[in-house]
Design a protein around this ligand. Structure first.
Ligand SMILES: [Mn+2]
Length: 404
C-alpha cells in the first residue's frame, strides 16, 4: 500500500449572511469590520488552502444563505472559489441548513472546481492524483439517513473514505465511526472532535460572531496517509476575536480608577495576543457601592470612549465593547460604625457571607411545603455571595433615609 499523503482543508459554518453582533456598544470605527469580518475570515481560509497547497477543500455546510446575504456576497464567494480553481484545488461543498442549492443565485455561475452535495441525496466522488484513486468523499445530504449514505462505500477497494455531513449527529457518527477514515462535520460553531473509533471533527465557524462565540476560530488542515493515520491541525482565521475578561475591582477604587484599571489590563492583553485584534467585553466583580456610583455617572462610558479613542498608537487593536457588573457585598467603614439599623443589618449579612455553613434565615423561617417552592426559586441563584450582595443592597435602600 502506498504511503502517499492527502491533505485538505475542512471548514464549515461561514454564515456569510450574518454580521458580528451582540455588543452593548459599537464604536463607529468598528461598523465596517462588523459587517465584513465573516467575509474576510472566509478569504483567510482560502489563503490557507492555497499557501498549504492542499489537495482539496471540504465545505461542510452553512456557508452562505444567498437570499439574505445578497447577490454581491455570493459573487465575492465565487471569486474565492475561482482563486482555488486557478490553483487547481477542487472544492466539495455540502449544503447545510442555510445554503440549499436552490437558493444560489442563477446569475452567479460557479467555477468547475466546485462540486455540490445537495439536500435529499447521498453522493460519492472519488479524488484521484495522476489517474490513481486516492480517497472517496461521501456527502450526506440533508434529510438522508447516515446508513443509506454509507451504502455508497465500495466494498471492493481499500481506498480511505471521508464522510461529509451537517447537523447534530455525534451519536450516529460514534456508532458508525469505523466506516470512515475521517468524518468532516459542520453545524457546531466551535471546533470540536468527537471521541470515537475513527477521527471525526466539527470544523467550527471561521469567525466568532458574538461574545458568546469567544476565543479562537478557524479552519482545520487534515492530513491522512493511506495506512489510516490522521492528523488534524487547527488554523485560526478570525480577523477579530471576542473575549470576555473578568476582573476584581478593589473596594478602595475611586471614580477615576476604572480607566486606569482597564488600561493596565489592556496592556496585559496586548502582550498576550500580540497579533490579534480583540473585541473585549468586561465582567467586573466589585463592591455594590461602586457599581451603583459608576452606573449612575458617566464613568463607565467615559472609560470605554477614552480607551477606544486611543487606537492609532495601539497595535494590535483592542476594542472595549461593554462592561457588566457582578456586584459583591460590601459596606463603607462609616456605614458599619454607625449606631443605626442599617449598620446592624450589614453586620448580620456579613456574618452569613463569612460563614458559608450558616443556613440562610429564610430556609428555617419558611414552612416545609413552602420551602419546596420558594426556596426552590431562591436556589436558582447558585452564587450565595451574589445573593447576599443583593440582599444587602435591598436592605441598604430600605434602611437609608431619603435625602431631600
Ligand atoms: Mn451553523
Amino acid at each position: 500500500m502506498s504511503s502517499e499523503i492527502v491533505r485538505f482543508v475542512h471548514t464549515a459554518d461561514f454564515h456569510l449572511e450574518v454580521p458580528l453582533f451582540g455588543v452593548a456598544y459599537l464604536p463607529t470605527e468598528l461598523r465596517s469590520l462588523f459587517r465584513s469580518a465573516a467575509q474576510q475570515a472566509a478569504r483567510r481560509v482560502f489563503d490557507v488552502a492555497i499557501e498549504e497547497k492542499v489537495d482539496f477543500v471540504i465545505l461542510a455546510g452553512d456557508i452562505i444563505q444567498p437570499s439574505s446575504s445578497g447577490v454581491a456576497a455570493a459573487a465575492r464567494l465565487r471569486e474565492q472559489f475561482e482563486r482555488l480553481d486557478e490553483a487547481g484545488i477542487p472544492i466539495y461543498w455540502l449544503s447545510g441548513r442555510v445554503d440549499e442549492k436552490g437558493r444560489w443565485p442563477k446569475s452567479v455561475l460557479l467555477p468547475e472546481n466546485v462540486h455540490r452535495f445537495v439536500a435529499g441525496q447521498a453522493d460519492i466522488v472519488t479524488y484521484s492524483i495522476d489517474g490513481n484513486e486516492v480517497v472517496h468523499i461521501i456527502g450526506v445530504g440533508h434529510g438522508i439517513e447516515l446508513d443509506d449514505a454509507l451504502e455508497l462505500v465500495p466494498d471492493d477497494d481499500e481506498i480511505p473514505v471521508i464522510v461529509v455531513a451537517h447537523g447534530r449527529i455525534s451519536k450516529q457518527v460514534r456508532s458508525q465511526a469505523e466506516q470512515a477514515t475521517y468524518w468532516a462535520l459542520g453545524g457546531k460553531h466551535r471546533a470540536t472532535p468527537i471521541e470515537c473509533d475513527s477521527t471525526a471533527w466539527y470544523a467550527g465557524t471561521n469567525q466568532g460572531r458574538s461574545p458568546r462565540e469567544g476565543d479562537s476560530h478557524g479552519c482545520l488542515v487534515v492530513e491522512l496517509t493511506l495506512d489510516g493515520s490522521v492528523q488534524v491541525e487547527k488554523v485560526p482565521t478570525d480577523v477579530a476575536r471576542f473575549r470576555q475578561e473578568h476582573f476584581f475591582v478593589p473596594p478602595e477604587a475611586g471614580q477615576n480608577d476604572l480607566r486606569k484599571l482597564l488600561t493596565e489590563r489592556e496592556r496585559e492583553l496586548a502582550r498576550r495576543f500580540p497579533d490579534q485584534s480583540l473585541l473585549v467585553t468586561w465582567e467586573l466583580e466589585g463592591p455594590n457601592r461602586l457599581a451603583r456610583q459608576w452606573s449612575q455617572s458617566e464613568v463607565v462610558q467615559d472609560a470605554l470612549d477614552s480607551l477606544n479613542g486611543n487606537k492609532k498608537a495601539n497595535k494590535p487593536n483592542i476594542w472595549h465593547l461593554g462592561i457588566e457588573w457582578s456586584p459583591t457585598f460590601d459596606w463603607t467603614k462609616e456605614e458599619g460604625e454607625q449606631e443605626t439599623l442599617l449598620a446592624e443589618f450589614i453586620h448580620m449579612v456579613a456574618l452569613y457571607d463569612q460563614d458559608e455553613s450558616l443556613p440562610l434565615p429564610w430556609e428555617t423561617l419558611l414552612k416545609e411545603e413552602q420551602q419546596t417552592t420558594i426556596a426552590g426559586l431562591l436556589v436558582e441563584v447558585d452564587n450565595r455571595s451574589e445573593l447576599l450582595s443583593q440582599v444587602a443592597e435591598l436592605g441598604r435602600q430600605l434602611l437609608t433615609p431619603e435625602t431631600p
